[in-house]
Design a protein around this ligand. Structure first.
Ligand SMILES: *Cc1c(COP(=O)(O)O)cnc(C)c1O
Length: 372
């Protein structure tokens, strides 16, 4: 057979049962093509129930959800927002949308996420100027939420969880994204479930979620004519897209199980190679294994692996380049000791597509082993 079949890092994977089409078809049949409609309402309820949050607002993107969470917290000019440096830029960009100032925090080796010790140092340094802390659960590994919440509560600062990569991941049995005032999920194309694009903001606070829905539909006041007392946004998820989301949510458990299988396959096949290690799994961490990430400390470098896989038509990629190393964010403060830089230099995200077969996984592992 073709031995250079394309293998993706993480591609959309619709259910075998056709759940998504059923809800999309319903939207067509009832002409709920317009934004809003029953799929949006149900998707919000179903996602909130799945993660154990009281309320949810479906949005056009995870980025938009972070943006309106920051707006709700009242983040504005002159405020500082703390943010992990090791993340995707979508975590940090909304801080700039709100004209606030990000301060970037290093990772620790135990979680690869925000280091609670650095967090406390930074809160001491900046005091009341810190208006919010955004915590990220990178690659579906939860941050140390026990320590982080304890510190943020002590300093009386609001926590927003960027759980865009961690739907289906738990910290000590509680779903990521439900510890802070707000949690954010993403259904972008390569996330563990996808609606082609979309996001969700969750919170136990109904008033806050209602306010975000209001802003996300152009802040239309209750009036017969178009009346606006506040700045509006066009961030609301459409009813067709929400239908895809409802179908995808039904197979989230299957997707997590397959992602875990993939991670364990790599660990078993590659774990013994000199210099190879994997992302950390703690006993309190129940990841969704969104991407399987390996680190390399020996002679074989991440670029060797990525280039070799590229030639075989297999997609892989580096670990996120830290925000403090990005030209756009270079002017902002960063506090840490180089952990995130080291992870960036040594990490490779291996193909984690849930449609991969054992043959695909064996092929990938064979190619990688050939480098040793
Ligand atoms: C994907 C992602 C986002 C953004 O979500 P979108 O829905 O693509 O806007 C935010 N943060 C992290 C960490 C992500 O991986």
């Amino acid at each position: 057979m073709v031995d250079n079949k394309k293998i993706w890092l993480a591609s959309p994977h619709m259910s075998d049962e056709g759940y998504e089409m059923k809800y999309v078809q319903e939207a067509f049949d009832t002409n709920w093509i317009a934004p809003l409609g029953p799929n949006v309402n149900e998707f919000e309820k179903e996602l909130a129930a799945k993660v154990g949050s009281k309320h949810a607002a479906a949005m056009t993107s995870g980025t938009g959800a972070i943006h309106l969470a920051l707006k709700d917290v009242g983040v504005g000019q002159g405020d500082i927002v703390l943010c992990p440096t090791l993340t995707f830029s979508a975590t940090a960009n909304p801080i700039i949308y709100q004209n606030a100032t990000p301060v970037f925090i290093d990772s620790d080796y135990e979680t690869w996420n925000m280091d609670p010790i650095v967090l406390e140092t930074v809160l001491k340094k900046y005091g009341d100027k810190v208006k919010a802390v955004i915590v990220v659960h990178l690659y579906g590994l939860s941050a140390d939420m026990g320590k982080i919440m304890e510190i943020c509560n002590r300093y009386n600062v609001t926590v927003i969880e960027d759980a865009a990569e961690s739907l289906g991941a738990y910290y000590k049995g509680k779903h990521t994204g439900t510890f802070g005032e707000f949690g954010v999920f993403s259904f972008n194309g390569n996330k563990i479930i996808t609606t082609s694009g979309g996001g969700m903001l969750v919170s136990d606070n109904e008033e806050k979620i209602k306010k975000v829905r209001f802003w996300s539909t152009q802040s239309r006041d209750v009036a017969r004519h178009y009346q606006h007392s506040e700045l509006g946004y066009n961030y609301r998820m459409s009813n067709v897209v929400a239908g895809i989301g409802r179908g995808q949510l039904k197979v989230l458990g299957q997707r997590v199980a397959k992602k875990k299988y993939i991670f364990e396959f790599y660990k078993k096949e590659l774990g013994h190679l000199e210099g190879v290690d994997f992302m950390p799994i703690n006993e309190w961490n129940e990841p969704n294994y969104w991407l399987s990430v390996m680190t390399l400390k020996g002679k074989v470098r991440p670029l060797d692996v990525m280039e070799t896989l590229d030639k075989e038509n297999i997609e892989s990629r580096p670990v996120w380049k830290p925000m403090h190393m990005q030209p756009f964010f270079a002017e902002y403060d960063y506090i840490g000791s180089g952990v995130s830089e080291e992870l960036f230099e040594n990490g490779v995200c291996l193909p984690s597509d849930t449609k991969m077969t054992d043959d695909d996984l064996e092929r990938i592992c064979g190619i990688i082993k050939g480098l040793w």
